[in-house]
Design a protein around this ligand. Structure first.
Ligand code: APR
Length: 247
């Protein structure tokens, strides 16, 4: 691991347009299970049912069963050393932006300022009928009653991207531009199986970027587009990288 971290530090020192794509793996050390590892959320909830916009339209109460569970997991979570290391890289001027698939707000809470919420953010709610927006903190979600719009009474939807929904236009276009301009992409804690997010490092690679992957196990990227694979928990490997960069 340390030899690859030294190589990664050399590449990062020379970078001018480094970005990071993060996934649920960077938050597991904050106590939030990821989706596809053993014990992940998709073992408990079939995403084709619980995370589909179709189900939300026909049976929002069913989807809220999973959302209450996720909110319970994220409400007590705090940023871990992995999130803080990425915030430090931004403060050092080395990391230009984070494109995160996560909806847990932990990058922002760790101090990262340029965060693109590719799949939205679970701390916000929206009314699909009248478009009004709300903060989830304004509702007693611990009572497990799906929150309703104050204007039209409809059950509110978390401002996250469900399967069958489009990525928010601004997130999509900003991410595409960043991917085209990137000279390094740090891919952290993602299984790289969900598109279009997983296409971001591929676009960057096609434009000559170096791909540095941080994961506890290999992914589809590891043997294809990854240039440097740093195996281990992101909460441990990213701080070691920071130490190398500080040398
Ligand atoms: N450090 C580094 N990597 C980790 C850690 C850790 N501590 N813990 C888990 N991982 C890795 C796993 O090995 C896996 O490759 O993180 C990855 C998590 O993959 P997924 O559970 O598939 O999560 P993610 O890639 O974010 O999923 C993408 O799928 O279901 C949708 O919308 C959901 O945004 C999510 C998208």
């Amino acid at each position: 691991m340390n030899d690859n971290i030294r190589k990664a530090a050399d590449v990062i020192r020379r970078s001018q347009h480094m970005i990071s794509l993060t996934g649920a793996g960077i938050s597991t050390e904050s106590g939030i299970p990821d989706f596809r590892s053993t014990g992940g959320l998709w073992e408990k909830y079939d995403p084709s049912i619980y995370a589909s916009i179709e189900t939300f339209h026909h049976n929002p109460e069913k989807v809220w069963q999973m959302i209450f569970d996720m909110l319970e997991l994220t409400s007590g979570a705090v940023p871990n050393p992995g999130h803080r290391a990425l915030a430090r890289l931004e403060a050092m001027g080395l990391l230009k932006a984070i494109i995160t698939q996560n909806i847990d707000n932990l990058h922002q809470e760790a101090g990262s300022e340029r965060v693109i919420e590719y799949h939205g953010n679970a701390s916000r709610l929206e009314c699909l009928a009248c478009g009004r927006e709300y903060e989830v903190a304004g509702f007693p979600v611990q009572e497990k009653v799906p929150p309703r719009c104050g204007d039209c009474g409809k059950i509110l939807k978390p401002s996250v991207v469900f399967f069958g929904e489009m990525i928010p236009h601004e997130a999509l276009s900003r991410s595409q531009l960043l991917a085209e301009q990137a000279d390094v992409v740090m891919v952290v804690g993602t299984s790289a199986v969900v598109y279009p997010a997983a296409g971001i490092p591929i676009v960057a690679k096609r434009n000559g970027a170096a791909i540095i992957e941080f994961n506890v196990s290999e992914t589809d990227f590891t043997r294809s587009i990854t240039d440097i694979f740093i195996q281990g928990k992101a909460g441990e490997t990213l701080p070691v990288l920071l130490d190398q960069l500080a040398e």
